[in-house]
Design a protein around this ligand. Structure first.
Ligand code: MG
Length: 165
């Protein structure tokens, strides 16, 4: 049985929501329902089903949450705030470059004083390239590809895998 997961690191575009690039959105954003927002040019972002439940369950279980996203922080944070999801995350790691191994280094450093080890960390991303990049530098991290052809493609299933329900 592998170590219990103490930290879940989530990509944003095409994982937390369907949109492929939050940086391309035009502010301000307007929420139109529980799972949908629209930007100033009419572009829509739809939150994946079950995201809020998943984040809430993780918090109830004392699991730390971080993002790991290649985006302009201003844009991605605006999406998280508009959906009122920012409060679930212990760390918002969002940087405008694709070096997710570097971002992961900062994330692990941030949570190390709280007793989180590499092997107790899970990273969820839709792009195999990003998962591979992180695995190469941190081989003990549990990586999951969120994709129709990947390891998981719903937050219900992610919950079963990572939170044991
Ligand atoms: Mg992505």
């Amino acid at each position: 049985m592998p170590s219990r997961v103490k930290l879940i690191v989530l990509d944003l575009d095409q994982v937390l929501w369907d949109h492929h690039d939050a940086t391309s959105l035009t502010l301000p954003l307007r929420r139109i329902d529980e799972r949908t927002l629209v930007d100033s040019s009419g572009d829509k972002v739809v939150l994946r089903e079950g995201v809020r439940d998943f984040l809430e369950k993780a918090k109830d279980k004392g699991v730390y949450l971080s993002t790991c996203s290649w985006n302009e922080p201003e844009k991605a944070i605006a999406v998280l705030r508009t959906f009122q999801l920012d409060r679930y995350f212990d760390l918002l790691m969002i940087e405008p470059h694709p070096e997710k191994d570097r971002m992961m280094g900062k994330i692990l450093n941030h949570f190390a004083p709280k007793g989180v080890r590499e092997e107790e960390t899970a990273f969820v991303d839709d792009k195999e390239e990003m998962l591979e990049k992180v695995r190469r530098r941190y081989p003990k991290i549990k990586t999951l590809r969120f994709h129709p052809d990947g390891d998981v493609y719903s937050f219900r299933d992610l919950e079963k895998i990572l939170l044991g329900e």
